[in-house]
Design a protein. Structure first.
Length: 153
């Protein structure tokens, strides 16, 4: 959104980062309903208009949010999109002071911190083939995220 350290215009209260097929139909739908009831304006990726440039729209939504809620699930690390979002979220924390709240959905923070479950190991084995130069960055940012105070569900 901006090339310097000026704070971007806030459009959302919360940006929700999640692996769609893991939580979209249950946990996320209840969360979005609760946000709506409390008049919390949240960005979830179903707000993207057809034909929009996906990454550009995601970056604008991340930068334009006060809080990023990261819902870590078993399949989160299997999505390179989620891992790219996570890097951008941490960049916004450092540049603009954005608040990050990790949620550990059906897993322990240590699974994310050390990528110790089968799902994480398989995800990084797959990513290593296509995104070799990014894998260590993604592992580091997952550890950094899991070290933040969060919510276990």
């Amino acid at each position: 959104m901006s090339d310097n350290n000026t704070t971007p215009q806030i459009k959302y209260d919360v940006f929700v980062s999640f692996r769609g097929k893991d939580i979209r139909q249950d946990f996320l739908s209840h969360l979005v309903e609760a946000f709506d009831m409390k008049r919390i304006y949240a960005f979830v990726d179903n707000k993207l208009e057809k034909g929009e440039k996906i990454w550009k729209s995601l970056v604008e939504a991340i930068e334009g949010s006060l809080i990023s809620l990261i819902i870590f699930s078993q399949g989160y690390a299997s999505s390179h999109w989620c891992l790219e979002e996570l890097e951008k979220i941490h960049e916004c924390k450092e540049k603009y002071g954005q608040i990050i709240i990790p949620v550990f959905y059906h897993l322990e923070p240590t699974h994310v911190r050390y990528q110790s479950s089968d799902a994480f190991e398989k995800a990084f084995a797959k990513h290593g083939k296509k995104y070799e130069s990014k894998v260590q960055q993604w592992r580091d940012i997952l550890k950094k995220s899991a070290d933040l105070s969060g919510i276990e569900s």
